[in-house]
Design a protein around this ligand. Structure first.
Ligand SMILES: Nc1ncnc2c1ncn2[C@@H]1O[C@H](COP(=O)(O)OP(=O)(O)OP(=O)(O)O)[C@@H](O)[C@H]1O
Length: 337
C-alpha cells in the first residue's frame, strides 16, 4: 500500500507559480535512503543533476528509478538523506517541502491527462492562478505557446485526450508540466508505451522542448540507446546507489565495472578488459581459434556469438552479407571499431 507522505512544510524556495522564465536549476541528492518495509531500495544514493542539462537515469526494472523521482518530486518522504534544488533544501530531516512548492514538473509513463477536459483545459491546469483579469487571454496565448514548444499544431487545443495519438498525449503531458515554468522536469519513462516511430519522434520533440525552455530534466528509462541518444549525462543505478554518472561516451567506453558496462549495452569482458561488440571483428579461417555459435540479423547489422577454444563466449557485431554461419571456424581480432 502506498501511503501519503507526512508533510511538515518548510518554506518553499520560490513560489511555484512564478511567471517569468526560471533559470535552470541543479538538483543535489545526498545520502538518500528509502525502504519499503524491510526492503531497502535506495541506499545512501548521491546524484548531481546539472542545471540546464538532461540527465538520464538508467537501470533495470525495480532498481528504484521511480522511487528516486518520487522523492525528488515530493510524493514520497525518504527515510534519510537530503535533496536540494538550487541550493535550497527540499527535505530537512523528516520534513519536506510540499510538491506544489518545489517548482518541479512531473511527466509519468502515460495516462496523465484529464480525460474529460480538452487540451487547452489540461494545459490551463498547469498555469499560474494569479491575475484574474486578462487571465483567459493570457492563458490562450500561453496554451498556443506551449503547443508550439512541444511541436503540436494549435488546432489540437480543442481536442480531448482520446482524440490524440499516444505520442501527442505525451507531448501535451510535457507541455502541461512545463506550463508553470518549472525549474526541473522529471520524466518517468515517458515514451515506454509508444511504438518505435512515435517513440523516436516524441522523444526528439521532448528533448527539443526541454532545451528550448532551458529546463533541467531527469529522464528515467531502461533503454540504454535512448539514454545515450537523448541525454547530456547518464546515471546508472545499481544496488540502491548511482554506480556511475557522466557523459554517455564516457560511461559507455569507460564503465567503472561490468554491471555498468552491461547496463549500457552488450559487453564482453576478456581477461579483465571490457570490449564492446563493435570492437570485435572476425574473419573466416579454418585454422582460427574460435567457432561461430549463432548469427542474428538486426537490420542494420548482425550480432554474432562466437566461442573461443578456451570456452569464452564473445559477442560481436558485423555488417555485410557474406558472414560465416554457425559452426564455421573464425579468427578473432579485438581493436577499435
Ligand atoms: N509503494 C511500494 N510499496 C512496496 N514496494 C514498492 C512500492 N513501490 C515500489 N516498490 C518496490 O520497490 C522496488 C523499486 O521500485 P521502483 O518503482 O522505484 O523501480 P523502477 O526502477 O522504477 O522500476 P521500473 O523500471 O519497473 O519502473 C521494486 O522492487 C518495487 O516492487
Amino acid at each position: 500500500m502506498t501511503t501519503a507522505p507526512e508533510v511538515s512544510p518548510v518554506a518553499p524556495p520560490t513560489p511555484a507559480t512564478a511567471w517569468p522564465a526560471a533559470p535552470g536549476a541543479a538538483v543535489e541528492v545526498r545520502g538518500l535512503t528509502h525502504a519499503y518495509g524491510a526492503r531497502p531500495v535506495l541506499d545512501g544514493l548521491d546524484l548531481t543533476v546539472r542545471a540546464g542539462e538532461v540527465t538520464a537515469l538508467l537501470g533495470p526494472s525495480g532498481c528504484g528509478k521511480t522511487t528516486l523521482l518520487r522523492v525528488v518530486a515530493g510524493f514520497l518522504r525518504p527515510d534519510a538523506g537530503t535533496v536540494t534544488l538550487d541550493g535550497a533544501e527540499l527535505t530537512r530531516g523528516r520534513r519536506v517541502v510540499p510538491t506544489a512548492g518545489r517548482g518541479i514538473g512531473y511527466v509519468p509513463q502515460e495516462g496523465a491527462l484529464f480525460p474529460h477536459v480538452d487540451v487547452a483545459g489540461n494545459l490551463a491546469f498547469g498555469l499560474p492562478r494569479s491575475g484574474w483579469r486578462g487571465r483567459a487571454r493570457g492563458h490562450r496565448d500561453r496554451v498556443a505557446e506551449l503547443l508550439e514548444l512541444v511541436g503540436l499544431a494549435p488546432e489540437l487545443a480543442s481536442r480531448h485526450p482520446h482524440e490524440l495519438s499516444g505520442g501527442q498525449q505525451q507531448r501535451v503531458a510535457l507541455a502541461r508540466a512545463l506550463a508553470p515554468r518549472p525549474r526541473v522536469v522529471l520524466l518517468d519513462e515517458p515514451f515506454s508505451s509508444l511504438d518505435t516511430d512515435s517513440r523516436r519522434e516524441t522523444s526528439a520533440a521532448t528533448i527539443a522542448a526541454l532545451r528550448a525552455a532551458g529546463t533541467t530534466a531527469v529522464l528515467v528509462t531502461h533503454d540504454p540507446d535512448e539514454a545515450m541518444a537523448l541525454a547530456d549525462r547518464v546515471a546508472v543505478l545499481h544496488a540502491g546507489k548511482v554506480a556511475q554518472e557522466g557523459p554517455p561516451q564516457e560511461v559507455y567506453h569507460r564503465p567503472v565495472d561490468a554491471v555498468v558496462a552491461r547496463a549500457l549495452g552488450e559487453a564482453n569482458v576478456l581477461a579483465g578488459r571490457l570490449v564492446r561488440p563493435e570492437e570485435v571483428s572476425f574473419t573466416r579461417d579454418p585454422q582460427g581459434d574460435a567457432v561461430v555459435v549463432s548469427t542474428t540479423f538486426h537490420g542494420h547489422d548482425h550480432v554474432c556469438v562466437v566461442r573461443l577454444d578456451d570456452g569464452t563466449s564473445v559477442t560481436a557485431r558485423a555488417t555485410g552479407t557474406d558472414l560465416p554461419a554457425a559452426g564455421e571456424r573464425v579468427r578473432l581480432d579485438v581493436g577499435a571499431p
